[in-house]
Design a protein around this ligand. Structure first.
Ligand SMILES: Nc1ncnc2c1ncn2[C@@H]1O[C@H](COP(=O)(O)OP(=O)(O)OP(=O)(O)O)[C@@H](O)[C@H]1O
Ligand SMILES: [Mg+2]
Length: 231
């Protein structure tokens, strides 16, 4: 089993578009690469919905004692999710239980050969961050933010947390979820570059894979180029 690059998609603030960006990026990357998604959001695992997966039970290969979990396959994408593993009480679990669940799903999934593993992070900067950065050790993280003051304040916090955990921030995707008029001219003063700017698009809401009518490729040109430069 080889995973060439692991990329976390994160933001301290909730509801800014992490899961959406994660599923879109996976879809664009999967056109010429093998991609895995680890949905590490204990509070609201959403990737199964975005990929229209109805069977929420984890499939187990009992003969494979090291890595028994079989990810759900959608074309070139392999999806494993905390949501397949946990019951509804999991959202009120304490940190150590959450950490061990994230470790378990990561380590026991038979990812096979992957060019990219994308990790859809939960909001916040708590135990999930520590576990992912210290145990999974992603090659880099992509942050998602709107341009609202509150989102930018949380963006700074995320940047600080990842830097102090020695995880490289590859860049930021700004998402105009609030439909701000200032979006295109907004200048983010930060060491980390803006990879791409995603406009508000009502077609994004409740869309599911393969996202054919969304024409995703041009939206992520710079992000994909930057990821591949680091591959
Ligand atoms: N650019 C956009 N235009 C329109 N809707 C969007 C856009 N980006 C995201 N959305 C919508 O906003 C909502 C929140 O997005 P999403 O669930 O991806 O955020 P999140 O950061 O993963 O949230 P959480 O912190 O709860 O995990 C979803 O309904 C999604 O479809
Ligand atoms: Mg999410």
């Amino acid at each position: 089993m080889t995973i060439k690059k692991t990329i976390a998609i994160a933001s301290a603030k909730g509801g800014v578009g992490k899961s959406t960006v994660c599923s879109f990026l996976a879809t664009v990357l999967s056109k010429d690469s093998k991609v895995g998604i680890l949905d590490a959001d204990i509070y609201g695992p959403n990737q199964d919905i975005l990929f229209d997966i109805n069977d929420k039970n984890i499939e187990v290969d009992k003969k494979n004692t090291d890595r028994p979990y079989i990810p759900k396959k959608v074309d070139n994408i392999s999806l494993s999710s905390l949501g397949f593993l946990l019951d509804k009480n999991a959202a009120i679990w304490r940190g150590p239980m959450l950490s061990s669940a994230i470790n378990q799903i990561y380590e026991k999934t038979n990812w096979d050969e992957l060019d990219f593993l994308l990790i859809d992070m939960p909001p916040g900067t708590g135990d999930a961050y520590l576990t992912v950065c210290q145990k999974i050790v992603p090659d880099f993280v992509i942050l998602v933010s709107t341009i609202s003051k509150l989102s930018i304040a949380d963006l700074r916090r995320s940047e600080h947390v990842f830097t102090s955990l020695n995880t490289k921030v590859l860049g930021i995707i700004l998402n105009n979820i609030h439909q701000s008029d200032d979006f295109q001219s907004f200048n983010l003063e930060t060491e980390n570059t803006v990879l791409d700017r995603l406009e508000y698009d009502k077609k994004f809401i409740d869309s599911t894979y393969p996202f054919d009518d969304l024409k995703l490729d041009p939206l992520f040109l710079n992000t994909i180029r930057t990821i591949k430069e680091h591959a």
